[in-house]
Design a protein around this ligand. Structure first.
Ligand code: AP5
Ligand code: MG
Length: 227
């Protein structure tokens, strides 16, 4: 595909579709790509002892697998995007848009910044069933957030191969919370958001059921990034 000077790349997909995995590959490839995960921003807030207690009180929704209050998400995400743009970097948004209302709100923000034509929407397609399997077997590094897929070898690992931190299971990856997340954020909820984007522009799609490197190659093709 013809290369375009994208300023924001929006990764859409059900929980577990590989948004974080693919964003971390691109950001390790080139430091101009800044991975902005709203889930991670919310977890950082939770672990920040100096954070506002009213903001922290809103995080109970996350623990229950539900969507967190929009205004908190906008505040965290818009600040991170503005910082990225001001440094002439490219923002990769991971999970930042999870309702039609949020999509419309982000669209207004992008228009205010004059970048609405430089936003690539990429859907990583995955069924809810495979999402469940991946999330309930995922491990992440408690220190750097590095995500590792399930495999027999990875299952035995206790330390992060990137930074040596301890590997953990995310508190919202326990099966009962994953079921709730898929109910609240699975394909049934994702479809109207994609329909909205198809009405206002282009949605690129990749098959998230392929291997991690294959999905990466597909995303790079869309973005015009050479292998
Ligand atoms: P967040 O942290 O974003 O969680 P999520 O959307 O539930 O997504 P995940 O991180 O679970 O999945 P992912 O697509 O990043 O998959 P990953 O790459 O890890 O959000 C947490 C919570 O915050 C939400 O539940 C909500 O409460 C709140 N929140 C966040 N944003 C919000 C918003 N905008 N509005 C309101 N609330 C918000 O991959 C999963 C596993 O699969 C890994 O083990 C990975 O290694 C493996 N894997 C990845 N790709 C492949 C592949 N191709 N083949 C095999 N395995 C693969
Ligand atoms: Mg993620």
């Amino acid at each position: 595909m013809e290369s375009h000077n994208w300023k924001v790349i929006v990764l859409m997909g059900v929980p577990g579709s590989g948004k974080g995995t693919e964003a971390q590959i691109l950001s390790h490839l080139d430091p101009k790509y800044i991975h902005i995960s709203t889930g991670q921003l919310l977890r950082d807030l939770e672990n920040d002892p100096s954070a506002d207690v009213r903001d922290k009180a809103l995080l109970h929704q996350m623990k229950e697998g539900k969507l967190v209050d929009d205004t908190l998400v906008y505040r965290l995400a818009f600040d991170a995007i503005e910082k990225t743009l001001s440094e002439n970097h490219v923002a990769i948004l991971d999970g930042a848009i999870r309702s039609v209302n949020q999509a419309m709100h982000y669209e207004k923000f992008f228009e205010e910044k004059g970048i609405e034509k430089d936003v690539a929407i990429i859907e990583i397609q995955l069924s809810d069933d495979i999402s469940f399997k991946r999330l309930t077997t995922r491990k992440v590094c408690a220190d750097c957030g590095y995500i590792i897929p399930y495999s027999i070898d990875n299952f035995k690992k206790t330390l992060c191969e990137k930074c040596g931190g301890a590997l953990m299971v995310r508190t919202d990856d326990h099966p009962e919370t994953v079921i709730k997340r898929i109910e609240a954020q699975g394909n049934k909820v994702l479809q109207p958001i994609l329909d909205y984007y198809k009405q206002v522009g282009t949605v690129f799609s990749v098959d998230g059921n392929r291997s991690i490197p294959e999905v990466d190659v597909d995303i790079r093709k869309i973005l015009g990034i050479s292998p």
